[in-house]
Design a protein around this ligand. Structure first.
Ligand code: FE2
Length: 148
């Protein structure tokens, strides 16, 4: 078996989505996971079994699934990363759709040091609204100049 410091990207994605589904609907079934991840149900079932074997979730056929403490911890970290990146990208005036796509792409890859630097930067901007307005005005000016 591969040894790795962190769960794989797809493990993180699954646990993130499952945690969200449980929060929103109270349960997560293979069919729901297949829909949100846009993956076939048999692939989801196979992955869910793997995640259960690795101790991330409890899986009982026909009864839905629940995250173990280990699974919840991974989902918590990745959701925290997602929220930090969302705060940061919102400050940069990026449209929601672009944010979602890009955040899902990078939330697994950034080091803890980079994540906390971005969180600090978001804290700083949120604490200084005039700076955010200045940045926004500057960006608009630069884009207008480029469009000329
Ligand atoms: Fe995410």
């Amino acid at each position: 078996m591969k040894t790795q410091a962190r769960p794989s990207t797809s493990t993180e994605d699954y646990l993130e989505r499952i945690d969200e589904l449980i929060e929103q609907k109270g349960y997560a079934r293979a069919v729901d996971i297949a829909e949100v991840l846009d993956i076939s149900q048999p692939s989801v079932t196979a992955m869910v079994q793997k995640l259960a074997q690795a101790g991330y979730l409890n899986y009982e056929k026909y009864r839905g699934l629940t995250l173990t403490d280990k699974g919840r911890a991974v989902a918590g970290v990745i959701r925290q990363r997602h929220q930090t990146l969302q705060r940061f990208f919102t400050l940069l005036d990026l449209p929601a759709e672009t944010q979602e796509r890009d955040i899902e792409g990078i939330e697994h890859c950034l080091s803890p040091a980079t994540m906390s630097a971005l969180a600090r930067l978001a804290d700083f901007f949120e604490a200084n609204p005039p700076v955010v307005r200045q940045l926004s005005a500057f960006s608009k000016k630069v884009s207008a100049r480029r469009a000329d």
